[in-house]
Write a protein that binds this ligand. Structure first.
Ligand code: KIV
Ligand code: ZN
Length: 521
């Protein structure tokens, strides 16, 4: 495979991905994500939007210092203040990229920027050349590219390259294009922009019509050599193109797409899990990383699989790092074996406190449940990691449910070190539980989502509950697992609440407000 067929993977999980409601990540989570991304073989990691908030600035700075292979990148609008913030956050890295963007469609120039095309051209020249004085590696994006006039786009791409951009990114910001149209856009740029060979063309597709991956691959087939994407496809609105889908499509259909990436595909599953733990659960039928992606239910399929796996399997689960779920230790297994198991499951940076808590929970679970599977163990560790940072914790819960009576919950909570108790009735047991929490720790949030699913099969399976809450435009997601769905519900709500408390305590800088306004938050 020649170098001209190498496709660079630019990940924006921690920037565009974080813009999805409920996906905000803590600094520790971002560091953990960066480590696995570095190992995964991602070429460029867009670690944040440094001017947006002190939290973003801090994350980009920290990530820039730890990456061993991937190039860190920060986003900036087309002004010196944004670009300077990027430079300050990135400068500790031996190599880094500044990504600057401006809107170029008639709609955005008029209504969002209130600028004429000539003013936009000037801003492109100024911002790209300013960034280029700070680093050799400048990427320029024309926001709302797919709704930009084609002749204007050819002109501004040429200008951006002349001003020093080495990567030209064409975003389908609103997920509006279709593969044939996007092919035409990339082909036209290749054919009409005289200096196009001096830059790498990149594509950045949103998924509003469910076409982000198809459009990105069309862009690559037409000559783009960088794809911007996110793990699990998280991102604004319907999300961005999913990294794992792009990479596995290229690998699986290499006969039709003879390109290569630097991604170690057997780490995709692990990366997906780490990102979903920090953000929200992946849908069961999600391509490549969904729980059902390699499950064969129909008898006729199972029969075919037993005869020859290729009958119904176009890629192996092992190729994306899915190991056969194994029955694990029983209640007599020791702490050492438990720790080894965590290592096997990819939990490498886990503190002793978390291991201790998870091990205690494992013993209780092994007493209750006949078979404890890998997924059960993973759910226990995920819960214990959240507990480690919580200021409000469940001490005990009793629920009286069933027909006739109003459902009632009795709860003891540890609130900042003080144990408090109450009893509430509600419209169903979950309502009674959430009312107890509100009474013991008064707060005012909107419950946006309450979802239950089983971790493994059987009536003794653990349930994982996901809860999303919203307070003054900020959202957080909590997850928890337990064989008792009501206990999992209480813990999931508390997990979301604890994250909200952490979020509240972070100061909101004026620029963050400005950015939120910009993003329409
Ligand atoms: O979707 C978009 O246009 C973006 C740009 C900032 C690249 O995310
Ligand atoms: Zn985007």
């Amino acid at each position: 495979m020649s170098d001209k067929n190498r496709v660079f993977i630019f990940d924006t999980t921690m920037r565009d991905g974080e813009q999805s409601p409920g996906a905000s990540m803590s600094l520790e989570e971002k560091i953990q994500i960066s480590r696995i991304f570095d190992e995964l073989g991602i070429d460029v990691i867009e670690a944040g939007f440094p001017i947006a908030s002190p939290g973003d600035f801090e994350a980009v700075t920290a990530i820039s210092k730890i990456l061993k292979n991937s190039i860190p990148c920060g986003l900036s609008r087309a002004n010196k203040k944004d670009i300077d913030a990027c430079y300050e956050a990135l400068k500790a890295a031996p190599r880094f990229r500044i990504h600057t963007f401006i809107s170029t469609s008639p709609l955005h120039m008029k209504h969002k920027l209130n600028k004429s095309p000539e003013q936009v051209v000037d801003a492109i020249k100024d911002s790209v050349s300013y960034a280029r004085n700070l680093t050799d590696d400048v990427e320029w994006s024309c926001e709302d590219g797919t709704r930009t006039d084609m002749d204007f786009m050819c002109k501004i791409v040429e200008i951006a390259i002349n001003s020093g951009a080495k990567t030209i990114n064409i975003p389908d910001t609103v997920g509006y294009t279709i593969p044939s149209e996007f092919t035409k856009i990339i082909t036209t740029l290749k054919n009409k922009v005289p200096n196009i060979d001096k830059a790498i063309l990149s594509v950045h597709c949103h998924n509003d019509l469910g076409l982000a991956v198809a459009n990105s691959l069309a862009g690559v087939s037409a000559g783009a050599r960088q794809v911007e994407c996110t793990i699990n496809g998280i991102g604004e609105r319907a999300g961005n193109a999913a990294l794992e889908e792009i990479v596995m499509a290229i690998r699986t259909r290499n006969d039709l797409m003879p390109y290569s990436t630097g991604i170690k595909t057997d780490l995709l599953s692990k990366a997906s899990k780490i990102v979903s733990n920090a953000t929200f659960p992946v849908q069961f039928n999600k391509a490549i990383v969904g729980k059902n992606a390699f499950a064969h239910e129909a008898g006729i399929h199972q029969d075919g699989m037993l005869k020859n796996r290729e009958t119904y399997e176009i890629m192996t689960p092992e190729s994306v790092g899915v190991k056969k779920t194994s029955l694990i230790m029983g209640k007599h297994s020791g702490r050492h074996a438990f720790k080894e198991k965590l290592n096997d499951l990819g939990y490498v940076d886990v503190t002793d406190d978390v291991i201790q808590t998870a091990f205690g929970k494992f013993k209780v679970l092994a007493d209750k449940k006949k078979h404890v599977y890998d997924d059960d163990i993973a759910a226990l560790v995920d819960d214990s990691m959240i507990l480690d940072k919580s200021v409000i914790n469940l001490k005990s819960l009793k629920v009286f449910a069933g027909t006739g009576e109003p459902q009632r919950a009795e709860m003891k909570l540890d609130v900042y070190g003080e144990v408090k108790e109450t009893s509430e009735t509600g419209d169903g047991p979950v309502d009674a539980i959430f009312k107890c929490i509100k009474s013991l720790y008064p707060h005012d949030v909107n419950l946006q989502l309450y979802q239950v699913h089983a971790v493994t099969e059987g009536t003794d399976a653990q349930a994982t509950v996901s809860v999303r809450i919203e307070e003054k435009g900020k959202t957080t997601v909590g997850q928890a697992s337990d064989t008792d769905t009501l206990v999992a519900s209480a813990n999931a709500y508390l997990s979301a609440l604890n994250k909200m408390i952490i979020k509240r305590n972070k100061t909101t800088a004026p620029i963050e407000l400005e950015t939120q306004k910009m993003k329409g938050i």
